[in-house]
Write a protein that binds this ligand. Sequence first.
Ligand code: BG6
Length: 484
Amino acid sequence: MVSRVIPVDTFDLVIFGGTGDLARRKILPGLYRRFLAGQMPTDARIVGAARGALDDAGYRKFVGEAIEEFVSEKKRDKKKIAAFLDQLSYLTVDARGTAGWKELATKIRKDCVQAFYFSVGPGLFGDIATRLHKYKIANDTSRIVVEKPFGRDLESAHALNEVLAASFDEHQIYRIDHYLGKETVQNLMAVRFANVLFEPLWNAQYIDHVQITVSETVGVGGRGGYYDKSGAMRDMIQNHLMQLLCLTAMEPPSKFDPDAVRDEKLKVIRALDDLVPDDIVRGQYGADADGPSYLEDSENPDSRTESFIALRCHISNWRWKGTPFYLRTGKRLKARVSEIVVYFKETPHSIFDEDAGSHANVLTIRLQPDEGMDMRVTIKEPGPGGMRLVDVPLDMTFADALGPEAKDVPDAYERLIMDVIRGNQTLFMRGDEVEAAWRWTDPIIAGWQARGDKPKVYEPGSSGPEDALMLLHQDGRRWREIKS
Ligand code: BG6
């Protein structure tokens, strides 16, 4: 496979929070990898902006170290790193004051793509947005990039949308959900809408149910303070898993265009039924020899925040009536795996003996690790002895099918930042989508808070609490085993 790198127009990218953790771990190493791939124009410029006093040399040193730490050894080329660092500079900017803004105004070019990455707490969005205009830095074509958490409920998300809308048009706002930048997520759309095979079967008539799992082995140690105010529902379901649900369940958009895609996703969220308490299982990991419990990690001995959640949802529309979608996500589970599994129904009538068993097709779309797809089909077991049926995988690990380069897919952040520069909003959340997702999740959270529900403790390294298994058992189904 020959990888194609499509150059982007030259740009000035300002990263507010340029010395923060996200910049260090994801944004800057990602930009370096794009530079290495030949996608970053040689006259593009990246400006780190933060409150700390630092000069260009100090910032380049900081970024060099980040590359050292977060870019794989085989991609670390001294000369290339030096050339990349040459395109970087630093400005001390006070988001709430006056320092640095005039300098920023003289530094930023007016005749190229301008992008401002707000890699800062949402409390600063308004301050930065208004100053970008006050100091005549931004114009009608500038783009701003914001991160999750985008609010912690409908009210706060709406307020954030208003703050941004006061300074920028919706077409200038890029709300990142890094799950949308993952290679296989886009493949889900290709599989559904570029093949004639799946779409006719993609409905309640042929699909029994869908499982979406994002399971992690890490705990919340180190970020317990943030996490304890959030929990799995706000941290993962409201954004990443709901986005996966939308892409799986949406109607075909008329074209692969940002608003056409986002309109269809929004319709899915709006069609989600309210949940009842029996549709929800929440859990909290206990301690084991490898690590502390959630209560210890969060440093809140009375915490009722969930580190695991499993939900049963229904989408009330013609396509999906009667097909449940089960979502689950959690920390300190058995393995790190993110996948969407589509369970098709059995054939309406079996022409084979009962001994042949009952069989159904299963399509697994793996986001990580080893991006790929696996379709289980039923065949005759080879050999004599009559008709015995067996399920075998039609496995397509992208790296096997497309060569080693397919394993070298850009990280979600790399892709998304380049989409900002290209001006393509397809893989970013629109303001109304985010609000609709909160509109659905808010009453669920309010429900368990009003009931005073406590999360069930689960063993680290397990698949979550027993009750999560029961959620599917009650429906005569089973979760797919969590394994990488
Ligand atoms: C983040 C969450 O958005 O996604 C984290 O805040 C989570 O809690 C992370 O660990 C998972 O992302 P990935 O790409 O590692 O699956």
